[in-house]
Design a protein around this ligand. Structure first.
Ligand code: ARG
Length: 648
């Protein structure tokens, strides 16, 4: 494809293919609906004078250039090939090919249409003539400056500078929220972090926490009601052992508290040693599980105490990371399991196999065990029930699970079972749907799983401490920061340190393993949070140094994009909305990171290098461009869970 970038991730339909579904104004379910839609839209955008103001009628799409262009092309397609009412417009930003760009956006429908109408419509002689007709039939619009047809019918669009400028100015006045994408769903569950009680949260949980929080933030920004679920492992046979050990150590339950127990992980290990070495203890532990499940008060109270101590530990990490979660642990679903399994049983899905109750699934060579041979439930019975609950009780339309790729098969099986049960449609592109967001391993310098020297798992709090301390040391090496009040130094080093850890994780495609390296992530050059946060602070200081009140400038100055680099910056800013939409629908935070990094590069290396701001005749316009850049950067930081800094 000529100068065109397409990106489709597994599980999700291409944002383009789903264009109809995404726009509330355009949900035609039938070809005739689509025609009616097209004519309505055509009448709306028919006259040039009207077009800009009526675009605002479609307030839902005000942020996305791609969608607005797609609407125009949709109108043209209906006129060009009325016989093919189902063809959706394919519009993508142009990528520079060997440094040359033929336009800002491109419509790539001509070839596809040609293959459908070949031999049927004499007026077209090949894809180029289809492209010409698509271009000719575009309704007049203030968005487009010029168009051209290239190669086999690609219609290239150059956007109007004025329109870009006006769109930016409007965002400055109405706020960046007006650029939020609109998604075709109301409620989602993001199941993330989800550590196990009495075991330390490890770096895998850190990845899940960071990735899940970003996905939740992007969905929330897109007006989706997000249930942020912490599906903690708070149930299972290990509790028998822990409870018996607790009884032994603290015969008086009042003596149990965090200080007395100390590190829960050490407590867990000690109880495991006891369990493995003393058959009598082991037997008591096994009975304790039964008594806990039977609901005996003494056992439930001990269980609650253990969970509570773990919870306090987890919260320390969440607080530092600024992550909010609502706990509904595995135990929450216990009362619902028998009913759900009964439903599946009635549907004829559950079979006996070697004493266990299982579900066999198409194209999977192992069965999904839902009742173990000892009659107990397991991870799968809980997850099936949780999925049922989220769809039917919580009415979530998209249920997203963030765990390492190692759990992919588990979720694949649970989703297949849900489809067989009719809870989810067979087709992954319609709602409700469930998606597993897998991620790779965190590696150490040696290329092996990230561990500390004594091969223990890495404690997250230690890791965050180190990130903060290192960034504090670097900060205090700067002359300016030496005079800062203590509190400001603390806040800034936390923002930079934790931001660095998060960004180092998020900037990679989540499916790949990534190497944890403090020196790299805390480098102030290159694609790091430190570089980006400093770039933002520098922009803020340009505005401060101008001595102008930016709210006044917004009222009195007008953005003009006469210089090529001003235009390049303006266009990139305007692409924020469609990038968030892509990152969010394909569940890929790295897409947003790449956008943010490019924004910073375009600002610094193009705009700021070649366009004098303070003291120039264009000062007002350029200050507004600085402000718009800072606003978009801050929204990116927010969506990535990074706290911005304003001063360095
Ligand atoms: N507790 C699990 C673990 O640490 C993750 C749970 C993920 N969520 C779920 N619904 N299974 O691996």
């Amino acid at each position: 494809m000529l100068g065109c970038l397409t990106f489709v991730a597994p599980f999700s339909p291409s944002p383009l293919l789903s264009l109809h579904r995404f726009s509330p104004l355009s949900v035609p379910s039938s070809p005739s609906g689509l025609l009616k839609f097209a004519s309505r839209r055509f009448s709306v955008t028919a006259t040039k004078a009207e077009s800009l103001s009526t675009m605002a009628v479609d307030a839902e799409n005000v942020g996305s250039v791609k969608r607005q262009l797609a609407h125009l092309f949709e109108v043209s397609l209906r006129t060009t090939v009325p016989s093919e009412p189902d063809v959706a417009p394919l519009v993508e930003p142009c990528a520079a090919k060997s440094g040359v760009k033929f336009g800002d956006y491109q419509c790539n429908n001509a070839m596809g249409i040609w293959s459908k109408i070949k031999g049927k419509q004499a007026e077209f002689k090949g894809p180029p003539s289809v492209g010409q007709a698509i271009m000719k039939n575009l309704p007049p619009s203030d968005i487009i400056e010029s168009c051209s047809v290239a190669g086999p019918g690609f219609v290239n669009v150059v956007l109007s500078r004025n329109w870009i400028a006006q769109s930016l100015q409007r965002m400055l006045i109405d706020g960046i929220e007006t650029w939020a994408p609109r998604l075709p769903l109301k409620r989602a569950v993001v199941d993330f972090s989800s550590p196990n009680i009495a075991k330390e949260m490890h770096v895998g949980h850190l990845r899940s926490t960071i990735i899940g929080d970003t996905l939740a933030r992007m969905l929330e920004f897109s007006h989706v009601d997000v249930l942020r679920r912490n599906h903690v492992g708070d149930w299972g046979t290990q509790f028998g052992m822990l409870i018996e050990f607790l009884f032994e150590k603290f015969p008086n339950p009042e003596d149990v508290n965090e200080a007395a127990i100390g590190d829960l992980q050490t407590f867990y290990k000690a109880s495991k040693v006891r369990f493995d070495s003393d058959p009598e203890f082991k037997q008591r532990a096994q009975q304790a599980v039964v008594r806990l499940q039977g609901g005996e008060t003494r056992y439930r109270d001990a269980w609650k105490q253990i969970c509570e101590i773990s919870r306090t530990e987890f919260h320390r990490v969440y607080e530092r990371l600024g992550v909010h979660l609502e706990e509904k642990g595995e135990s929450f679903y216990n009362p619902h399991i028998p009913g759900v399994l009964e439903e599946l049983n009635k549907k004829g899905m559950i079979e006996d196999s070697e004493g266990a109750r299982v579900i066999f699934l198409k194209d999977v060579n192992i069965p999904l065990i839902v009742v173990k041979s000892d009659g107990g439930y397991n991870y799968a019975s809980t997850d099936l029930t949780a999925l049922w609950y989220r769809i039917n009780e919580e009415k979530a339309e998209w249920i997203i699970y963030v765990t390492d790729v190692g759990q992919q098969q588990h979720f694949d099986m649970v989703f297949k079972a849900a489809k067989r049960a009719g809870w989810l449609p067979a087709d992954d592109s319609s709602y409700p749907k469930a998606t597993h967001v897998g991620f790779g391993l965190v590696l150490g310098e040696d290329g092996k799983r990230f561990r500390t020297r004594n091969t223990e798992v890495v404690r997250l709090v230690d890791l965050l401490d180190e990130a903060k301390n290192r960034s504090k040391t670097a900060l205090l090496e700067r002359d300016t920061a030496k005079e800062w009040p203590e509190e400001e130094v603390e806040k800034t080093s936390e923002a930079v340190g934790y931001g660095a850890v998060k960004y180092a994780d998020l900037k990679n495609n989540r499916l790949t393993n990534y190497t944890f390296n403090f020196d790299q992530m805390l480098n102030d050059k290159g694609n790091t949070a430190v570089y980006l946060l400093y770039a933002h602070a520098r922009i803020c200081s340009i505005i401060r140094k101008s001595g102008k009140d930016i709210d006044e400038v917004k009222k009195n100055a007008k953005i003009a994009l006469d210089h090529e680099d001003e235009r390049a910056l303006g266009l990139h800013l305007l692409q924020f909305s469609e990038v968030v939409e892509e990152a969010c629908t394909n569940l890929l935070p790295n897409v947003l990171c790449e956008y943010l990094y490019n924004l910073s590069e375009i600002f610094t290396k193009k705009f700021y290098s070649n366009c004098q701001v303070v003291g120039s005749p264009e000062e007002g316009s350029r200050l507004l461009l600085c402000e718009a850049t800072a606003i978009v950067m801050r929204k990116c930081f927010y969506l990535l869970g990074i706290v911005p800094v304003y001063k360095i």
